[in-house]
Design a protein around this ligand. Structure first.
Ligand SMILES: [Zn+2]
Length: 449
């Protein structure tokens, strides 16, 4: 199993302009001199070692004596100065086919490590020398400042006109609610979830997302039309791009609303999702891998049903012309945006989001561990229990159970009394027939006639 939970350890930066006082200008000038001295040191070390640029730590060792004896700024400032010097040399080497030369840093700009910065009463406090501080008023025009400032400071970039304060907003700062978990299975026309609270399954339900699926389909149709009817290639590409952008914005808006609602309704819970980050690669390479490309199948099935033969013809044509780019464009844009959904929830939830290994969530019965068969897409039949479950809801139960396992509080479905009262909600009910479009409707009527 993968690492229990992934930390994206995201960072957020706010930037504002300021007027530096003389002390800060002096400090920035001295630091620029230090960086230039560090560059000369690093250059000569590289020259005597096959053009290999030393690491910042090795460089710091070579500068430490000089720094201790000549510079009275706080000791920590030597670290970013060395990192900066190495970064400048590395980027020069990279852009000049491995050549090296002594470059002079001209700009007044310095990174300051978190040890030397603090925020006090809307002021940024920088330790310039031991027990000597510089204060800069924080211009918090940025609406996000009050939100980000709850997090740990990561670093500050100071120039002679701007201050950039970076916060570590990583998910590790968020708590895990291991006694209140909501696991989601994401599907094309619905998202299905199971809530397990205090070792009891307390709810299972589905949220209708056919509206988003419909938007994707409508735009797919629009783009097919554009492709067919606009002969001028430049104009056609422009129109396709415009439609693509409108589609992205519309879907994003809908997802924003949906995820805000979901997070507001479940603000006390930890969200659990399948970790889909590798699925793109796996799904395309390994068509056989059972459930990894489940989302693809679902998706393809849908787009086929809608555009009918046209889509296939186009695909063939594209393959013949080796026009993979536009094919990829089409499949990407038709896909239900699972990752965006997860990211938005993750960002909005005040609790940590867990990502579980997706392997086998729809091939293993969460009740008894038996093998699941899928006679049709929406059904999961357990060979062992002999019961036919609603596939998507059963997956959401698996995902919740895996989430709890990650928290170190394993949950046995069959052993829980809540399972027996909730079981009906997981069974497959073939009572409603979803009619996809008019041609399906005719088929349906025909078949019954
Ligand atoms: Zn079973």
């Amino acid at each position: 199993m993968n690492h229990p939970w992934k930390s994206t350890d995201e960072k957020r930066t706010i930037v504002f302009s300021y007027m530096p006082d003389n002390n800060i200008i002096q400090y920035l000038t001295d630091m620029r001199d230090l960086i230039n001295r560090a560059i000369i040191n690093a250059y000569s070390m590289a020259k005597s070692n096959n053009n290999q640029i030393p690491s910042p730590i090795v460089l710091r060792r070579s500068l430490k004596n000089y720094y201790d004896n000549n510079i009275d700024y706080a000791k920590h400032h030597i670290n970013p100065a060395c990192r900066n010097a190495i970064a400048i040399l590395r980027s020069y080497k990279k852009n000049n086919n491995g050549e090296l030369k002594i470059i002079r840093a001209e700009r007044l700009a310095m990174r300051i490590d978190s040890e030397l910065i603090r925020i006090e009463n809307n002021k940024l406090r920088i330790t310039i020398k031991p027990h000597e501080y510089e204060y800069i008023d924080i211009v918090d025009k940025n609406k996000k400042f009050s939100e980000y400032s709850k997090y740990k400071l990561s670093e500050v970039l100071l120039t002679d006109s701007k201050v950039c304060i970076t916060f570590r907003t990583g998910t590790l700062n968020k708590p895990v609610m291991d006694d209140n978990i909501i696991g989601f299975d994401l599907n094309f026309k619905s998202v299905d979830y199971t809530i397990i609270r205090n070792n009891e399954i307390v709810n299972v339900d589905s949220i209708d997302t056919s509206d988003i699926a419909k938007t994707q389909r409508d735009y797919a149709r629009k783009r097919t039309k554009i492709q067919k009817h606009i002969k001028n290639p430049a104009k056609r590409d422009r129109k396709l791009k415009e439609a693509g952008n409108r589609q992205k914005n519309t879907v994003r808006d809908k997802l924003q609303k949906l995820t805000t609602e979901i997070v507001n309704d479940n603000s006390d819970k930890t969200f659990v999702f399948e970790d889909l980050t590798d699925i793109k690669k796996k799904g395309k390479k390994n068509k056989k891998s059972n459930n990894d490309n489940k989302k693809y199948k679902d998706n393809n099935k849908d787009s086929r049903a809608i555009t009918g033969g046209n889509n296939n013809k186009n695909n063939n044509k594209n393959n013949k012309n080796n026009n993979n780019k536009s094919k990829r464009f089409r499949t990407d844009i038709n896909r239900w945006p699972y990752r965006l959904f997860q990211k938005l929830i993750d960002y909005k939830s005040k609790n940590r989001t867990l990502y579980v290994n997706p392997e086998g969530t729809s091939s293993e019965c969460p009740v008894c561990g038996g093998k699941l068969r899928h006679p049709i897409w929406k059904e999961s039949k357990c060979i062992n229990c002999g019961v036919t479950f609603n596939r998507d809801r059963l997956s959401s139960l698996s995902i919740s159970v895996r989430g709890l396992y990650l928290c170190g509080t394993p949950f046995t479905v069959s052993g829980s009394s809540s399972w027996h009262s909730m079981k009906n909600n997981y069974l497959y009910h073939p009572d409603h027939v979803v009619i996809e479009n008019s041609s399906d409707c005719k088929k349906y009527l025909h078949g019954n006639a």
